[in-house]
Design a protein around this ligand. Structure first.
Ligand SMILES: [Zn+2]
Length: 168
């Protein structure tokens, strides 16, 4: 396993200069949050590499299983995000994009998960942050850059496996 990884890495190092600046950073993700009235929206953009370690359509049974369990996790927002309890938010709707429309790999070899979650909060004034289980679910994920637009203003935060919550 280690040898295979090392080989993959050396191939990547050799091929990287030929590729234009990558559109995203492996091991990281972005979250845009907005709070407007009683609506709490969480937008997630995450390189597929950060979840399943590959950015092409699954081929083997093992890859298909990993992909399916990733999708199951992403389609369970109540298990992914825990807003401030006092805000009493519940998931209203969500959308998780298909990273490979038509089952085809992307021309640049990269692929993202794009997801959007809409929560409705009974007491939005009490909403002061949220926790995420994304790092627990996806061990390759090391960093989430969070941008927020809330009634108290705009801001940026970074979440890590050791700091899997954002507060404002
Ligand atoms: Zn990529």
């Amino acid at each position: 396993m280690k040898i295979v990884r090392a080989m993959v890495l050396s191939v990547l190092v050799i091929t990287l200069p030929a590729i234009a600046a990558p559109a995203h950073q492996h091991g990281s993700a972005k979250i845009d949050i907005s709070v407007e009235g009683n609506k709490f929206t969480i937008g997630l953009e995450m390189p597929l590499d950060s979840t399943i370690g590959s950015e092409r359509p699954a081929r083997t049974d093992k890859e298909k299983l990993a992909y399916a369990s990733m999708m199951a996790a992403l389609k369970n927002p109540a298990g992914l995000f825990t807003p401030t309890a006092a805000a009493n938010c519940r998931v209203e709707s969500f959308q998780v994009s298909d990273p490979f429309p038509g089952g085809k790999p992307k021309p640049d070899g990269h692929a993202d998960i794009d997801a959007e979650y809409l929560l409705i909060c009974a007491n939005p004034a009490a909403l002061k942050g949220f926790e995420t289980t994304l790092f627990k679910q996806f061990k390759r994920l090391q960093k989430i850059d969070v941008q927020r637009a809330t009634p108290s203003g705009q801001g940026k935060m970074t979440m890590t496996p050791g700091q899997a919550s954002a507060a404002w």
